[in-house]
Design a protein around this ligand. Structure first.
Ligand SMILES: Nc1ncnc2c1ncn2[C@@H]1O[C@H](COP(=O)(O)OP(=O)(O)OP(=O)(O)O)[C@@H](O)[C@H]1O
Ligand SMILES: [Mg+2]
Length: 377
């Protein structure tokens, strides 16, 4: 017989906790299939998860020290391999579904389960998580293997274009440039796949440091001046100077690039894009606003899911996989920030808001990667 499944119940309500214990005892009287541990705070759950050997977390999202999907995010960050079953109240269906969208394996409504069902859901969640793990590993390996050959292809093309392998005719040069652009696009797609797999495996390292955020935003916007002009769009930039953040500069730029490339992609000419950034209560609020195709409420809800393309792609050359916003949100959240979208409706343009924690004076650097990486403010 298999080892019992280690279940960590995270529940602050003693009545709910007792009920779960009793239900599980009914379903598994000899504790041969399940071993239950119980904690009442998120911080205690995180400490317990750090010790390892938990298969399933049965999680109340409303805890004294954490609330809503944030609770799930913190668990996933600490223990990406663990299965999570969200345990919600009667009127919390929308929250439960949102948790499943964000990677929880299942949910149960309090008071609506018997022991048999509880046992079934816990077993199913653990099995599902291990299948997902294999799938993510396969994507991660494939992305890694695909990246290998791209590096020599790109460097040989660079040598070719630099004339180091002989003089090229105009036609040869034009052909090599087309190949170069397509290889660069392929490298971008492979990189996005690798990043998404790493996020899901919990192995994406963030290298947080002191970042001149105002300059970073200005530079990101400046690199879209030419694409915007070519697309017939008016790009305005208004950034409060001197903002310093504690963030991973490469990942923050990656998120900005995605928001800007989306704005260019989804705004027909003539149109406007504006980039603004201000400090507000210890956070930088960066807005990328466009006058483009806009989004319905339903489309807004699906935007940040992996492969969440809602418009089809207007220009083949700009076609992506729909990972950009998923990655951008994950990257923002992993450095203690947020990313969300708003639109007044189809044809009314879209505004994306990226919040990045600003640097407060502090004695020592926080640990990178943890969500606590946001400086206290
Ligand atoms: N500024 C915008 N205006 C309207 N719709 C947008 C905007 N930005 C994103 N979207 C919608 O959200 C979808 C997801 O965006 P996302 O950046 O994740 O993917 P993508 O740009 O299609 O591909 P990728 O970023 O992977 O290259 C887009 O396909 C589009 O339908
Ligand atoms: Mg995109």
């Amino acid at each position: 017989m298999d080892d019992p499944l280690e279940v960590l119940l995270v529940e602050d309500n003693p009545t709910d906790a007792r009920l779960v214990r009793e239900l599980l005892r009914d379903a598994d009287p000899g504790s041969r299939a399940f071993r239950l541990e119980h904690v009442t705070r998120l911080t205690h759950a995180l400490e317990r998860l750090a010790q390892g050997r938990v298969d399933v977390v049965l999680l109340d999202l409303h805890l004294p020290d954490s609330n809503g999907v944030e609770t799930l995010a913190r668990i996933q960050l600490k223990a990406p391999d663990v299965a999570v079953v969200v345990h919600t109240g009667l009127n919390d269906d929308a929250l439960a579904i949102e948790a499943v969208r964000r990677g929880a394996q299942d949910y149960l409504t309090k008071g609506e389960v018997d022991g048999h069902r509880l046992a079934q859901v816990l077993r199913h969640a653990a099995a599902r998580r291990s299948v997902e793990r294999v799938r993510t590993r396969a994507v991660s390996l494939a992305a890694h293997e695909l990246r290998g050959p791209l590096t020599p292809i790109q460097s040989l093309l660079q040598m070719l274009l630099a004339g180091e392998l002989g003089t090229l005719s105009d036609e040869q040069r034009a052909a090599a440039q087309v190949v170069m652009r397509n290889v660069a696009r392929m490298a971008g797609l492979v990189q996005d796949l690798a990043d998404a797999a790493r996020i899901q495996e919990g192995t994406l390292a963030m290298r947080a440091q002191e970042v001149p955020l105002s300059a970073l935003v200005e530079e990101a916007a400046a690199s879209f001046a030419e694409p915007a002009r070519q697309a017939g769009l008016d790009l305005r930039v208004d950034v409060e100077p001197g903002m310093q953040a504690w963030a991973d500069p490469r990942r923050t730029t990656q998120a900005m690039f995605n928001l800007l490339s989306n704005a260019v992609k989804f705004t027909p000419s003539p149109g406007r894009i504006s980039v603004t950034a201000d400090a507000d209560h210890g956070l930088a609020r960066i807005e990328v606003r466009d006058s483009g195709v806009g989004l319905t409420g339903e489309q807004l809800a699906g935007l940040f899911r992996p492969f969440g393309q809602v418009h089809g792609t207007p220009q083949e050359a700009a076609a992506g996989m729909g990972l950009g916003l998923y990655l951008s949100r994950m990257l923002a959240e992993r450095q203690g920030g947020r990313l969300w979208a708003a639109s007044a409706g189809p044809g009314q343009g879209t505004t994306f808001t990226l919040e990045v924690p600003l640097l407060a004076p502090r004695a020592e650097a926080p640990e990178p990667e943890a969500p606590e990486a946001a400086p206290a403010h």
